[in-house]
Design a protein around this ligand. Sequence first.
Ligand code: NAD
Ligand code: FES
Length: 278
Amino acid sequence: MLTPAICRMKLYAPRLAASANPGQFLIVRADEKGERIPLTISDYNAEEGSVTIVTQSIGASSLDIVSFEAGEGFSDVAGPLGLASDFVKMPLEQLRKQRYVFIAGGVGTAPVYPQAKWLHSRGVAVDVIIGAKTKDLLIYREEMSEVCDNVFVCTDDGSEGFHGMVTALLEKLVSDGRQYTHAVAIGPMIMMKFTTLTCRKLGLPVTVSLNTLMVDGTGMCGACRVTVGGKTRFACVEGPEFNGYDVDFDEAMRRQGQYRAEEAQALENHKCKIGRGK
Ligand code: NAD
Ligand code: FES
């Protein structure tokens, strides 16, 4: 457990580990009747045959996952899904001229790790800003310091690091003279929206990773559709990463919240089931 509600799990999945790239995700099901949950890959190790995922127990299905014991297994895991981050295809010479800043919010900090690690291991300059509501919810600080040039921390309540949100810290770093050529924001949709607005103000290109609702993850159902650059795009096969400037975040947030009542009901039913000893 990284916090009382955030769990890190290493899955033994050699074929996934051998083909995963930064930016990609998995869809897991705890059991045969379980909801299909998309989770961004938080690390992978081909030699060990492992893939790491980080999940927060907020709904009925994620509660099931977090209560797994070591040695138990998912009913199924599909992946690696989605496209790898754009930088994976960039010529190394060009990449080494870049200076990346990652803006990581809450649980979204974990999927930043494999991206920063990939870039750092190829000699690319990487800074990261990690934001959380309070210091007890900050995750991946040590891991990140091993794969980044600088790690900057902020909390909404000021209990650790800069007092304020990731957007305010990004503006401060740039006004203090730090220069970046590209930003990548991963976290809650609202954070990615406001980070994009800040980046626009700073003239900084920004990539965002969209955690939309997903069902099949293969471009068949349309559950993950988002409007990007005025066109409908499927986050599962054409994303999950997009140019932040082009994303219609307000629509994406409305779609993300459309099953909130059903999710709350499922959570209530789940708690009753646990209360009755399943
Ligand atoms: P949170 O609400 O605690 O927010 C984390 C940080 O984001 C805050 O500390 C703040 O610095 C920043 N932030 C939040 N609202 C902001 C705003 N309006 N303007 C500027 N900055 C703002 O995060 P949480 O409770 O850990 O929520 C995690 C969310 O991240 C979930 O919704 C989850 O679905 C999402 N997530 C996304 C991905 C992805 O790939 N995009 C991956 C994992 C989790
Ligand atoms: Fe079904 Fe993307 S999740 S099309």
